[in-house]
Design a protein around this ligand. Structure first.
Ligand code: COA
Length: 202
């Protein structure tokens, strides 16, 4: 589907992005335990239908691996440079379900709670989003979350994404009666930015 393929993008430890405080890199064996712990934390998973068991995290790791294999990009492990700690994941994903804005590529983030509110998600996402536009050649990237997830919406806003006011939707994988079913949709603005750049060059 996407022409770009990053060679060995998911290879253990291989750094895809480096920011001032973070490495976004391929997954390694030692990431599993802190990843299981993060996904089992009810605070981290507050805006998802449930926290994950260790088996569910293993299944997620396998889906992440397959996604890299199929698309050449995906969800990278996030490492805090200062301490070499695993902090969570961040990256790009193609949703496997249908909604009014699919097919699409979404930008995604999840950090362990002790890393929150230090600007780390914004810092990492600020590297991933331009990569999606400039290296993958995507005209638009979306992001979405449960309406109440203010922290995630703030990250979307801080990296320059704009809420699609007509875009709210019921997440197809969450039962309609569930309080987290309703989601907001944000879109990146690359189309406008690149046409501005082009018109200046031309
Ligand atoms: C969403 C998440 C990745 C944000 O990570 P982070 O590193 O804390 O994000 P940042 O520090 O870059 O920015 C967070 C912003 O949200 C704000 N914020 C956090 N909690 C908030 C709350 N309860 N109400 C209002 N604003 C809040 C912060 O103040 C900050 O905004 P500011 O810089 O304008 O002050 C993190 O909260 C997380 O992993 N949550 C659980 C997983 C999740 O929900 N992922 C998103 C699914 S779509």
């Amino acid at each position: 589907m996407y022409a770009f393929a990053m060679e060995n993008a998911a290879r253990a430890g291989r750094v895809a992005f480096e920011t001032s405080r973070l490495l976004l890199r391929g997954w390694g064996e030692t990431d599993r335990a802190p990843f299981v712990e993060m996904n089992a934390d009810a605070q981290v998973m507050r805006y998802f239908p449930s926290a994950l068991t260790a088996e569910e995290t293993d299944a997620l790791l396998e889906r992440i691996r397959l996604h890299f294999e199929q698309n050449g990009f995906g969800l990278w492990a996030v490492e805090l440079k200062e301490t070499n700690e695993f902090a969570g994941f961040m990256g790009l994903a193609v949703p496997s379900w249908e909604a009014h804005f699919t097919p699409c590529v979404e930008i995604v983030w999840r950090l362990a709670a002790r890393f929150w509110n230090r600007g780390l998600a914004t810092e990492g996402a600020s590297a991933v989003l331009p990569f999606a536009h400039d290296n993958l050649g995507l005209q638009q990237v979306v992001s979405f979350t449960a309406v109440e997830n203010v922290a995630s919406r703030r990250v979307m806003e801080k990296i320059g994404m704009i809420r699609d006011l007509q875009g709210d939707f019921d997440h197809p994988r969450i039962p309609k009666e569930h309080p987290l079913c309703r989601h907001v949709l944000y879109r990146s603005q690359q189309v406008a930015i690149s046409s501005c750049k082009r018109s200046r060059v031309d």
